[in-house]
Design a protein around this ligand. Structure first.
Ligand code: GLN
Length: 244
């Protein structure tokens, strides 16, 4: 049983909107508090990705212009490595701009950015209003005894539509979700998870952080409990803000 979580952050400077990199700090703390080692590496533009280099790969949100650079890099340089990592069961968490690049394509006006092709979805940048606000979704994940709520904040111009081969991460309780109409939010295929939720996501939803850590380490037993007084209050506040 691994006693060390190896995390690889993709484009940590370019893809870090709304302090999404805080998700990495949260993972680090929750490992350290339990005596689980933590190792952080990064993969930037032009660097191929070794599927064995980490148990958890992470990409945050980003502006359209930065996404353009990352989309091409994902498709041309990291595609093979990321597919191999997903095949071997590594966790991939992608938030907002990162999430939009997991599928087939991101259409920006006349321009069609390639996706990395890990899940069956397409995103189109809409001329309509940005989808902004507090959001809460209900999520069911393997190993959890009951559905849980993820609460956070969304701000995206893109509308994401899941294809027939894709399952959503959760059901929208409040907010817009993937496209403001379908009632679905995010995507999950095995340990590959995409979501529009910022917050950052994990400090407001530590139950998901623990699920990701356990999945990445291949642990079947639950992780040791922590004193989550503050984290529970942050989650309650995020839910209250979303009205759930
Ligand atoms: N640029 C993307 C959009 O507006 C993603 C923005 C984000 O990551 N918040 O849809």
């Amino acid at each position: 049983m691994a006693d060390r979580l190896r995390v690889c952050a993709l484009y940590p400077e370019l893809m870090n909107i709304y302090a999404d990199r805080g998700n990495l700090l949260l993972l680090q703390r929750r490992c350290e508090w339990r005596g689980i080692g933590f190792e952080l590496s990064r993969s930037d533009l032009g660097e191929p990705l070794d599927p064995e280099q980490a148990d958890l790969f992470y990409v945050g949100g980003g502006q359209d212009r930065d996404q353009r650079l990352c989309a091409l890099d994902l498709a041309e340089v990291k595609r093979e490595g990321l597919h191999a990592a997903a095949e071997r069961g590594a966790v991939l968490l992608a938030v907002c701009g990162g999430y939009q690049l997991l599928g087939h394509s991101y259409q920006l006006g006349d321009e069609l950015l390639p996706g990395v092709g890990l899940v069956d979805l397409r995103t189109v940048r809409s001329d309509g209003p940005r989808l902004i606000g507090n959001v809460a979704i209900e999520v069911e994940l393997p190993g959890l005894d009951r559905p849980r709520v993820l609460a956070g904040f969304e701000n995206h111009g893109g509308r994401t539509r899941l294809g027939p081969g894709a399952r959503p991460l959760g059901r929208v309780l409040r907010g817009h979700g993937n496209d403001g109409a379908s009632g679905w939010e995010g995507v999950r295929r095995g340990n590959v998870i995409g979501t529009y939720l910022h917050g950052p996501l994990l400090p407001k939803n530590v139950w998901l952080a623990d699920w990701l850590i356990a999945a990445a380490l291949g642990r079947e037993q639950p992780l040791a409990p922590l004193d989550d007084t503050l984290e529970t209050a942050a989650h309650a506040e995020a839910r209250r803000a979303a009205g759930v």
